[in-house]
Every structure is written in C-alpha cells, then in structure tokens.
Ligand binder design. Structure first.
Ligand code: ZN
Length: 331
C-alpha cells in the first residue's frame, strides 16, 4: 500500500544556531531546564538520510512531505528572515532531490515580510517542486486572517497549493494568563501538546472562516493536523452558535466552509474516539494519514492506519489518495 505522510519534520542545526537565542526564548521555546521533544529528537530531526529512510521502510511509509520544526524565520524580521527561509528551503530541496519518491517538501516562509513570503512560496512551488507551505501558529500575535497576510492567502490560492496550519507556541499574554503557575513542567506542557497548541490551531482555522478570508479565497485549501485539532468534536456547537452570524457575514455556514476548504491529518492521534468524530464530520474524503515524525512513532501511526474500521477504498484514500489529489504528487 502506498502511504504518504504529510506532517513530517526536519531541521538544520546550523540554521537554528544562527537564530538569536533571546528571540527564541521570547517566543516561548524553553531553556535547558525543560526537556522537550525538539531537543530530545534533535538527531532524528537533523537526519535526512539512512536512519530516517530505515524507519520509513520498516513501517511501509512511501513518502514524507517534510516541513521545518523548531525555531525559524518567523523569529527573524527583515531581510535576514527572508535569507533564513530561503536557506531552509534550499536545504530541503537538496535533501529531496536524490530521493524524489521518498521526500517531498512544504515551504518555510519569512512571515515578517508577507509579500516576500508569497514570492518565496512561488519560488518553492515553481522552482523547487514543493507542494505548499506550513505555518506555525501566530507570528507576533497575528494569525493568517490579519490583512497583512493577504498576499500569502492570495498566492497559495493562485498556485493551487494548500497551507498547512501547524501548531505554534501561544503568545506570551496567552501563556501567562492560561497556563502559568502549574507545578513541574505542566505550564509548558499545557501551553503546547496537552492543550494550548491544539486550541491555538483550531482558533487559527476558525478565524480564517469567520473573518471571511476563506469566502474571499474559495479556492484556498487548508490542512490541519492532530485529527482536526478538536474541531470535529466541536463542529455541531460551532455551527449552531454561528448560524445567525454566518447568514449576516459569510457566504456559507461555518460547517460548510470547513468541509469545503479544510483537510485534516492523523498526525500524533492514533486512537479511535477522535477518528470516529473526524469520520462523522469531515469524512474519508478529507482525512489524510500523517505521523508527526520524529515526535510521534511511524510504527504506531502505521499500526493505527491498518486498524481503522473502514472500507478498503477509504483506507487507500486516507493512506495516499487524498494527499495525491490535494498535493498533485507524482505517482
Ligand atoms: Zn508537527
């Protein structure tokens, strides 16, 4: 079975080392006192060769669509951020070139310079053969519905490539109000993988719907991970409470916009309860397999894919068919 995974990460230690550590700390990345995935998995993130391929082979994963994890160009304003994003994208293209079936790419964008970010996306799609971009949460407290990001939305739509809305660390004000003051590492864990990341990404997605941004760009497609970032569970409630507002301000109901323009992946979510909610809201035509390697295990993801209580046709859509269609992957 051909298996494509879309939320798979890498980074380049020499590029990370060039980013101002004070900016990294201000963004909420922890210091050495907190052990967390991006430091624990440093070697796996940096490896774009034998170890990564061996793990994919052992679990039958045909293709990883790769994106940057960790500190990036959203921490670096001005021309330096543009240069840094280009360096990441060129490094990824160089890693993909010898293995075009195994590795494909999502662009990393210099979000402090939205017009340059749109140009970089176009360069990545047209010159490097990438399939869209991946964005980590808000930049300086602004989500993609902010008018300054209009060039990125418009260019993605024009190029017919999706934007992967990936979790980012919540802003300082949110972290302190919602998560500070808990014992041990709980403040950090709650701000990221236990809750904050996922709420943040769901809000990011809903802001793009409620602001009218997706109505203005009906061809734009979004991808969100983690089995839909809790939106499947909340779908009925969101739709009911926004019905009147949607009639006044939007072209479609919130539910309709979500199922028209959002795709979800299984990254890091390998249990049946959230999958059933995803199937009953988005359906098999909108769910795509992903692992979130190296933060989640290829073996666990593959075992989950094999265990899904779906028809053979739906399993193939989830394993590769939907991704092939959305990303126009060479098959
Ligand atoms: Zn991820």
């Amino acid at each position: 079975m051909r298996i494509v995974a879309l939320e798979e990460h890498f980074n380049v230690p020499s590029i990370v080392a060039g980013i101002d550590q004070a900016a990294v700390r201000r963004r909420g990345f922890p210091g050495p006192e907190v052990a967390w995935a991006q430091t624990i998995k440093r070697a796996e993130l940096a490896d774009m060769g034998d170890a990564r391929l061996a793990d994919m082979d052992a679990n039958g994963i045909t293709t990883q669509v790769l994106s940057v994890a960790g500190p990036g160009a959203d921490l670096v304003p001005g021309p330096e951020g543009i240069t840094l994003a280009r360096a990441y994208n060129d490094a990824l293209a160089a890693s993909c070139a010898p293995q075009p079936v195994r590795f494909r790419g999502f662009a990393h964008l210099p979000l402090h310079s939205p017009e340059a970010a749109a140009d970089e996306l176009e360069r990545c799609v047209k010159d490097l053969g990438f399939h869209g971009c991946l964005i980590n949460g808000a930049t300086d407290g602004r989500f993609l519905d902010d008018p300054i990001y209009e060039p990125i939305l418009a260019r993605s739509e024009a190029l017919q490539v999706p934007i992967y809305l990936h979790p980012g660390l919540p802003t300082e004000a949110v972290r302190s109000a919602y998560f500070d003051g808990l014992p041990g590492n709980f403040s950090f864990t709650m701000a990221q993988s236990a809750w904050g990341w996922h709420a943040d990404t769901a809000i990011h997605t809903l802001r793009l719907v409620l602001s009218g941004a997706l109505d203005r760009h009906p061809g734009l497609q979004l991808i969100i991970g983690h089995m839909g970032e809790a939106i499947p569970f909340m779908m009925d409630r969101i739709d009911e409470t926004t019905t009147a507002g949607a009639k006044a301000h939007l072209n479609r109901s919130v539910r309709q916009t979500l199922v028209d323009q959002v795709w979800i992946t299984t990254s890091g979510f390998f249990t049946m309860v959230p999958f059933m909610a995803a199937m009953m809201t988005f359906g098999a035509d909108r769910i795509m397999f992903s692992v979130d390697y190296p933060f989640a295990s290829n073996a666990r993801g593959r075992a989950f894919l094999d265990s899904l209580p779906v028809s053979p046709a739906d399993r193939l859509k989830i394993a590769h068919g939907n991704a092939d269609k959305l990303l126009r992957l060479p098959v």
